[in-house]
Design a protein around this ligand. Structure first.
Ligand code: CA
Length: 289
């Protein structure tokens, strides 16, 4: 039995064993129960529109374990996603395995003694990346602070700052390399806290490199603050999402971050990434395949 409704261009075919429904086609595939054709006349074309919901509306769908396979398009710009219910959670189909604002890597300085090791491995590393630990340049000597990472012997001053401080290797570094098959877009360095002594470096700048040689400034120079006890100086978050070099990174690129410091007034002046509640240096980003 066949029904053809010209106005809706819906074609129904019911067989004794199986049935097919065609939309815009009178010959739906026998392998399908529903075939949606883009065009009925080869002139006018359209697409298939899945149910579109906001995240709030999606959560109002009364899904149970037996609803495995249910699909919706979640409208949530710029993070809209095609999602499927797997019986216990909504999983993203597109962008494929996208994860937004994930913690890419993080360091926890609580528990460090004597200003921490020269190379301080990250406390948290996302499975999508390889991270080279926070590293003090050779000129930086250990400090005495506990629950903090950094040291003493920072560059004093110069007529061509920060280049003089860079030439003197008055910096700390770390690296992030995406694993094969993953795209990483770095989005933010979360708020952090800098502790310095009265003769420690007053000023610094964040930089990045995607070739390990040529570094670009991230924002302008930062004043580390005047608080010299363990309370430290809160620093604002740094937005990385507008830096095109740091978006859609693949395994062929290692990003090197560098904090360059200067303005110390004594060799014993200290500078540390300071302990706060929770992780003390956090890099966030978006992940996809
Ligand atoms: Ca902490």
């Amino acid at each position: 039995m066949r029904k053809f409704i010209p106005g809706l261009l819906i074609f129904l075919q019911f067989g004794t064993i199986q049935s097919q429904v065609g939309i815009n086609t009178t010959t739906p595939s026998t392998a399908s129960v529903l075939e949606v054709s883009s065009s009925s006349d080869g002139v006018n074309f359209g697409g298939f529109m899945p149910p579109r919901v906001t995240p709030t509306e999606r959560d109002l769908i009364p899904v149970t374990t037996s609803d495995e396979g249910l699909m919706v398009y979640v409208v949530n710009p710029p993070n809209s996603q095609m999602q499927i219910w797997d019986g216990s959670a909504w999983q993203t189909l597109f962008p494929q395995n996208m994860e937004f604002s994930a913690i890419i890597t993080a360091w926890e300085v609580e528990g460090l003694s004597g200003s921490g090791p020269t190379v301080f491995d990250a406390s948290t590393v996302n499975n999508s990346v390889i991270v080279g630990g926070l590293t003090k340049s050779p000129i930086i000597n250990p400090g005495t602070a506990n629950n903090a990472w950094g040291g003493v012997n920072w560059h004093f001053s110069g007529p061509n700052l920060p280049q003089d401080a860079i030439d003197a290797e008055s910096y700390v570094t770390f690296t992030i390399t995406p694993r094969f098959g993953v795209k990483v877009s770095l989005t933010e360095i979360e708020t952090y806290n800098i502790r310095r002594s009265g003769t420690g470096p007053t000023t610094g700048i964040w930089q990045y490199s995607i070739d390990g040689t040529n570094f670009m400034n991230i924002n302008s120079t930062l004043s580390w603050g005047t608080i010299t006890d363990g309370t430290g100086n809160p620093q604002p978050a740094i937005d990385l999402s507008g830096i095109s070099d740091l978006q859609n990174l693949t395994s062929t690129t290692t990003v090197t971050f560098r904090i360059v410091n200067w303005g110390a007034t004594a060799a014993g002046g200290s500078w540390y990434i300071n302990n706060v509640n929770g992780n003390d240096l956090i890099i966030r980003g978006n992940l996809s395949q």
